[in-house]
Design a protein around this ligand. Structure first.
Ligand code: SIN
Ligand code: CO
Length: 390
C-alpha cells in the first residue's frame, strides 16, 4: 500500500487534520505527517526567558548543543546552568533543550491535550528547545514517536521518509548524529504547525530565526527492559520444583554436547516461566509503567479531608499530579490503581471518578464518603493534586 498524504491542514474541530482514529490507523508508528495550523492562532505557552530560567534549576534536565561550523565540531554542555552562561553564548548555532517542561509549567502541560486520544502512560514529556538562528541538534533518529510543535519563529525541518534509511552514527560527536542524511522532504514550520514523526525517521531541524520548539515525546519500554523487570518479579513467584526436566531423555553418544532436544526443553521451561495469569501480568505492567522513566517521585502533602472538601467547594478540582503517570486496571477483586511503581486497590466509584479526568464539585458531592476518603488519601500521597481553576 502506498503512503498516505504527508501534509494536511488542521482545524479547531480536527487539530490532526483528520479524526484521531484515521491518524492512528494510517500514520501512528507508521508514517510521518506535517500538520499545518494544527493549533490555529497559536500562542506559545512560554518564553525563551522562562526556558532559560528552568535551565538554571537543578531539578530540570537541560543541555546546550553548539556547533562550530568552520570545524564541523559539536559541543554538548549539561545543565543546570548559571544565568551568566547565557550571556557568553554566540549569536548563532546553538540550542538549549529542557526536558519535562510539562511538569514545571501548567500552560505547557495543557499542550498534552493535543494527544488526548493516546493512553496517558504512553506520553513521556514535553521537551522544549530554544534555538538561536542556525541552531540545531544535527541530523538524527529518535526511538520514540514525537509531535514537534513549532512555538515561536521558524524552523526548517528536513526528514527522510523513505523506507530503510542508513542509520550509522558519527563517532566524533558528543550527541548521536547520523553519518549520512539525505532529505526526502523539506519544510519551513511556523508557530502552530506540528510535525509528527514515528520512531526511526531521520530528521534535521535548523532554526531560521530565533525559535522555540515544543516536542511532545512518547515513551515505549524496550523488550529488554520489560523482560528484565518482569523476570526479576516472576522469578520470586515460581516454585522451586519447577525445573529443567527431561523425562523423554534418550541415550547419548556425546555427553558434552547440547542437543536440539535440550534446547527444546529449555524453550519450553522459559515459556512456561513467563506465562503468568492476566491479573499478575497486568499488575506487573501497571507497576512498571507508573514508575517508568520517572525522574521525580510524588511529593506527599499534609492536608486534612475537611480542607480538601472546602477547597473543592471553593472551586478547586482534583487532577493527576503533573508528571505522574497513573494507570488503572480491573483486578480479580476490583479496580487497582498504580502510581510510582506501587499498586493500590481502589473502590469502583473512585475508579469511575478518576476515569472522568478532573473531579469537580459536582462529581465530588455525588461520591460516597468512602470514595472521597480514598481520593483524599491520594491527594496526601501526592498522586493527585488540587488545582485552582480561577
Ligand atoms: C529540537 O527541538 O531542536 C530537536 C527536537 C528533535 O529533533 O527531536
Ligand atoms: Co529528534
Amino acid at each position: 500500500m502506498s503512503a498516505p498524504p504527508i501534509e494536511v491542514t488542521g482545524s479547531a474541530r480536527q487539530p490532526l487534520g483528520m479524526p484521531a482514529a484515521t491518524f492512528l490507523r494510517s500514520y501512528w508508528q507508521k508514517h510521518p505527517l506535517l500538520i499545518r495550523h494544527a493549533f490555529p492562532d497559536f500562542s506559545c505557552p512560554l518564553s525563551p526567558n522562562d526556558l532559560a530560567g528552568l535551565a538554571c534549576m537543578p531539578e530540570a534536565l537541560s543541555r546546550i548543543v553548539r556547533l562550530d561550523r568552520k570545524r564541523d565540531r559539536w559541543q554538548l554542555d549539561n545543565g543546570p546552568f548559571e544565568d551568566s552562561h547565557f550571556q557568553g553564548l554566540p549569536e548563532r548555532d546553538w540550542t538549549l533543550l529542557v526536558q519535562d517542561v510539562d511538569r514545571f509549567d501548567p500552560d505547557v502541560a495543557r499542550l498534552l491535550d493535543f494527544v488526548s486520544f493516546l493512553p496517558r502512560w504512553r506520553i513521556d514529556d514535553v521537551m522544549v528547545s530554544y534555538a538561536a538562528p542556525g541552531g540545531s541538534v544535527g541530523a538524527h533518529v529518535d526511538q520514540y514517536d514525537v509531535f514537534l510543535v513549532q512555538g515561536l519563529g521558524q524552523r526548517r525541518w528536513q526528514i527522510d521518509a523513505r523506507p530503510g534509511p542508513a542509520l550509522g552514527f558519527r563517532e566524533d560527536a558528543p550527541i548521536k548524529l547520523l553519518q549520512c542524511f539525505e532529505a526526502s522532504h523539506d519544510w519551513v514550520l511556523a508557530p502552530g504547525d506540528v510535525l509528527y514523526l514515528p520512531p526511526g525517521v531521520p530528521h534535521f531541524g535548523e532554526a531560521l530565526d530565533e525559535c522555540l520548539t515544543l516536542s511532545i515525546g512518547m515513551r515505549a519500554p524496550s523488550a529488554g527492559e520489560l523482560l528484565a523487570a518482569f523476570a526479576a518479579e516472576r522469578a520470586l513467584a515460581l516454585p522451586e520444583e519447577l525445573r529443567y526436566a527431561d523425562p523423554d531423555l534418550a541415550p547419548t553418544g556425546d555427553r558434552g554436547q547440547l542437543d536440539a532436544a535440550a534446547l527444546k526443553r529449555l524453550r519450553q521451561i522459559l515459556a512456561s516461566a513467563i506465562d503468568a495469569p492476566d491479573a499478575e501480568l497486568s499488575a506487573f505492567f501497571g507497576r512498571f509503567l507508573s514508575g517508568y522513566r520517572r525522574a521525580f517521585r510524588a511529593t506527599p502533602r499534609r492536608i486534612t479531608q475537611a480542607r480538601i472538601g472546602q477547597q473543592i467547594e471553593a472551586g478547586a478540582v482534583i487532577g493527576e499530579a503533573p508528571g505522574m503517570r497513573l494507570v488503572r486496571d480491573s483486578g480479580p477483586e476490583g479496580p487497582r490503581l498504580y502510581g510510582d511503581g506501587e499498586l493500590l486497590p481502589i473502590q469502583p466509584e473512585t475508579a469511575a471518578a478518576l476515569a472522568q479526568g478532573a473531579i469537580d464539585r459536582s462529581s465530588w458531592t455525588a461520591l460516597p464518603e468512602t470514595a472521597r476518603k480514598e481520593l483524599g488519601t491520594l491527594v496526601r500521597r501526592g498522586w493527585l493534586v488540587l488545582e485552582q481553576t480561577h
